[in-house]
Design a protein around this ligand. Sequence first.
Ligand SMILES: *[C@@H]1O[C@H](CO)[C@@H](O)[C@H](O)[C@H]1NC(C)=O
Ligand SMILES: *[C@@H]1O[C@H](CO)[C@@H](O)[C@H](O)[C@H]1NC(C)=O
Ligand SMILES: *[C@@H]1O[C@H](CO)[C@@H](O)[C@H](O)[C@H]1NC(C)=O
Length: 405
Amino acid sequence: MGGGRPLTLKLTLSLSLITCFLLSSSYGQNCAKHSFPNNRVFKTCSDLPVLNSFLHFNYDTSSSKLEIAYRHSGIGSSRWVAWAINPTSTGMVGSQALVAYQQTNGTMRVYTSPITQYQTQLQEGELSFNVSDLSASYENDEIIIFATLGLSNNGTMLNQVWQEGGLNGNIPQMHVTSGANVQSMGTLNLVSGEAGTSNGGGSKLKKRNIHGVLNTVSWGILMPMGAIIARYLKVFKSADPAWFYLHVLCQFSAYVVGVAGWGTGLKLGSESVGIQFDAHRTIGIILFSLGTLQVFALLVRPKPEHKYRLYWNIYHHLVGYTVIILSVINIFKGFDILEPEKKWKHAYIGVIVALASSAVLLEAYTWFVAIRRKRSESEGKLPYGGVNGGEGNGVYGHGVRTQQA
Ligand SMILES: *[C@@H]1O[C@H](CO)[C@@H](O)[C@H](O)[C@H]1NC(C)=O
Ligand SMILES: *[C@@H]1O[C@H](CO)[C@@H](O)[C@H](O)[C@H]1NC(C)=O
Ligand SMILES: *[C@@H]1O[C@H](CO)[C@@H](O)[C@H](O)[C@H]1NC(C)=O
């Protein structure tokens, strides 16, 4: 092939690029450039992955004393910030938090708050470890919390959680429960300063992504495609009865994948006690019910000649279109909750637009065919009515079938 050399070269290049990237992301920390007033120096620092946050600290292994400065940049004056250690688990509940915000009269309030449940107003309270030298500052849209924590000697890995939210007067309000605000947790290595994703946060994010992908593909792409196949493939003579099996195959696989996605959603819901996405959840449950109805409706569908078949068709189409509309709505609600990178939402919008425009084009083409056949029918006095007993319905169905007979 002679392509060996360039390929090796490319591989080496990309490997070194990746290495450079990894090195720069773990060692070229932005936080290292920060200097604190009064020549305060922190030996170790870590750029936290979300919410414009940085943790600077000195850790004394012999006394287990942890001296920290938590910086939260780009924060408005009527917002609170918090940084916490969770000695018992990985999430928010059980966190031992340091909270700071600017009060309406301009002075800073900084205090400790143990978090026992999701519905918290961040009330002041004692933490499970000693906290001293607690102070906070607000300058240039940045809040810094300073503190010294007396940790019991529990090893060098900690679970950390950080957060920000709005204030009502001087009262902290619930933080946003989506996007970066639910990813702001992870591990902290007290020796290396490395901030990792804790299993809790990481696997939850993974589960959410799986849930999103399964549901977008099934309810959001396969189902509308199946509907398009049913409605428009019928027009092509050669596609009968293939369109029917394609439609059933498409919708049935969409349903199976969709139920899997729905299951992951229920699991996620049961795991995030206290955080509820009511509309998303309700629409999800309605979708599952309607989808199941559609599958069973197939089994009780009357024969094409049956006098009730018309009503069955109307019912089947009504439920089908409702499912598609609700699915698209719920997928966008999901995007708002998960807040993935913009490109995913854009890609999905692209798919929806492509599906919708092909539906419009096919609709126009179908009418064109139907009208032309009607005309040739009335001229040629062809017998009216379908013979092959497909799933025909609607204005053009019969006309198309007639030609086929
Ligand atoms: C150390 O571990 C004990 C028991 O596992 C726990 O109760 C305590 O809160 C931990 N302390 C810190 C600072 O993590
Ligand atoms: C600012 O308001 C807080 C809470 O209302 C109060 O405790 C504090 O004394 C006030 N400080 C000044 C300087 O007015
Ligand atoms: C907290 O500090 C006090 C006084 O400095 C000390 O007596 C106490 O043992 C400390 N508690 C813990 C849990 O380290």
